[in-house]
Design a protein around this ligand. Structure first.
Ligand SMILES: *Cc1c(COP(=O)(O)O)cnc(C)c1O
Length: 480
């Protein structure tokens, strides 16, 4: 499989290069040249355990990695997930790292049993192993620089801690991430991990990282790399659980098709579902759920993609202004016309708005996608309702997805993606449903009181660049 850019000036790239490139050099996003149709394999795949299913799906997209190596990378990526006990149809114990629970009118796909209790582990554990493998082959190194509002940073750190040839510099806004998120980052003391507590906001951190990447001589000299959700390998790892969940729910309910509700920020997770649909998984609807930061739900309901300002909500990982992966959908909607995508992106950069029409003969922008939003009141009400009616505690991100799902009518069972553990967001849970609804995770409790390390730095790009340059060649220096 080869990869090409949505902006048309990068093409014929093998998978491993696409992984290292992250963002395409022409500023676009990389996509596979085609989506393999797997309809005739669904029956056989539906019986596979998670790691084997992951192997079958991923090998179609990374044929430049030998099968045995790919199997090993996948096995390593999920060994740090905590299996949850379930019982299979025959009543035998059937531990699952990604369980599907039937709760009330929906099916909940729990994606948060990895090291940092959020779904980003599913992709970032894989990406960490993949980086180490590719760098080992190419005898190269990588210095990852990433800005985080909380979840991405900790999942990325846990994906690459202790690995050879990789260092990671994570900028978080000092004092503005939740206590759990901060502990998950700063209690990691491996010498290749540098937590920078930036004296600024998340937007400041983001703009410093973008500035460092724009300085191409600096970027090339220091082997800077990115782990944000535009990396195709992250999407690929997420495609797997759409198949896994659909197979299980179709078997349990006898349905021929399923729908998914996806709490959405950067459009990465739902694009993985879109990829599964394009490959032939029988998906009825993909329901895109946003909080008050609703640029995407407004777009799919009106055809106008228009910028507004970010408002902080109870689901901070979905508080985005511009959805970085949306360009992939635009490219497919334009039927591969990269010039059209460039025009749209330029117009959006200039005016803050683009208007897109449905394809000729269609009455909606996309036959698979539906969209809705849930505000803070609705999110809290959904957490309370699920706690009281079913004794199940949702985290605020997952609650946005469930809330929007319940407002939609579909002819198919709805699988709601649960993207974080409620144990990460105790304040929202208490506000919605009281102390009794809180959930404690031993892996989070155990972090309390551990030694931490972070580097407070001023909000100045020069200071950050100097820090990265100083530590990237001699990481052991921090231990002296
Ligand atoms: C990142 C994140 C999301 C949003 O996912 P996207 O791929 O950016 O759409 C939703 N929920 C949680 C808990 C997250 O960490």
């Amino acid at each position: 499989m080869r990869y090409c850019s949505t902006r048309g000036q990068v093409s014929d790239i093998p998978f491993q290069d696409a992984v290292l490139m992250g963002l395409a050099r022409d500023g676009g996003l990389l996509l596979p040249e085609s989506f393999p149709n797997v309809t005739d394999r669904l029956e056989a795949w539906s019986k596979l355990p998670y790691a084997d299913l992951a192997f079958e799906i991923m090998r179609l997209f990374c044929d430049d990695i030998p099968d045995e190596d790919l199997r090993r990378i996948i096995a390593k990526s999920y060994e740090r997930f905590r299996p949850v006990s379930e019982t299979d149809d025959a009543g035998n114990a059937d531990p699952q790292i990604i369980p599907v629970r039937d709760v009330g009118p929906v099916h909940l796909l729990e994606l948060f049993h990895g090291p940092t209790y959020a779904f980003k582990d599913v992709a970032l554990q894989f990406l960490g192993n993949l980086f180490e493998y590719i760098l080992g082959k190419q005898k190269s190194e990588l210095n990852i620089v990433v800005a985080t509002s909380g979840d991405t940073g900790s999942a990325a750190i846990h994906g690459v801690r202790g690995r050879k040839n990789i260092r990671i510099f994570v900028l978080h806004p000092a004092g503005r991430v939740s206590p759990v998120q901060e502990m998950q980052m700063t209690t990691v003391l491996d010498p290749n991990v540098f937590n920078i507590a930036l004296d600024g906001t998340f937007d400041d951190a983001q703009s410093i990282v973008k500035g460092l990447f724009r300085d191409l001589p600096f970027k090339d000299a220091l082997h800077l790399g990115a782990v944000n959700s535009i990396n195709w390998a992250r999407i690929l790892a997420q495609v797997v659980y759409y198949f896994h969940a659909a197979f299980r729910v179709m078997k349990r309910t006898g349905a021929k098709k399923v729908s998914f509700s996806v709490p959405t920020g950067n459009f990465g997770d739902i694009f993985a579902g879109y990829t599964a649909a394009k490959m032939g998984l029988p998906i009825d609807k993909l329901i895109l759920a946003t909080n008050e930061n609703d640029i995407l739900s407004r777009f799919f309901n009106t055809g106008s993609y228009s910028r507004s300002s970010v408002v902080p909500t109870l689901s901070p990982s979905m508080d985005i202004q511009i959805a970085s992966n949306f360009e992939r959908w635009l490219f497919l909607h334009a039927q591969g016309d990269a010039a059209q995508v460039r025009t749209w992106m330029e117009t959006f950069a200039k005016t803050g708005e683009i208007k897109i029409e449905p394809l000729p003969g269609e009455d909606s922008l996309d036959p698979w996608l539906r969209a809705g939003r849930a505000d803070t009141t609705q999110t809290l009400a959904t957490i309370r309702e699920f706690s009281e009616a079913y004794g199940y505690t949702l985290d605020p991100h997952s609650a946005v997805g469930v809330s929007v799902a319940l407002a939609q009518k579909t002819d198919s069972p709805i699988i709601c993606l649960c993207t974080a553990s409620p144990a990460k967001f105790p304040d929202a849970v208490i506000r919605a449903a009281g102390e009794k609804a809180t959930v404690k995770e031993p892996g989070i409790e155990a972090l309390k009181g551990l030694p931490t390390r972070k580097f407070p730095l001023p909000n100045e790009i020069k200071k950050i660049a100097d820090f990265v340059a100083e530590h990237c060649h001699d990481p052991a220096s921090i231990l002296r």
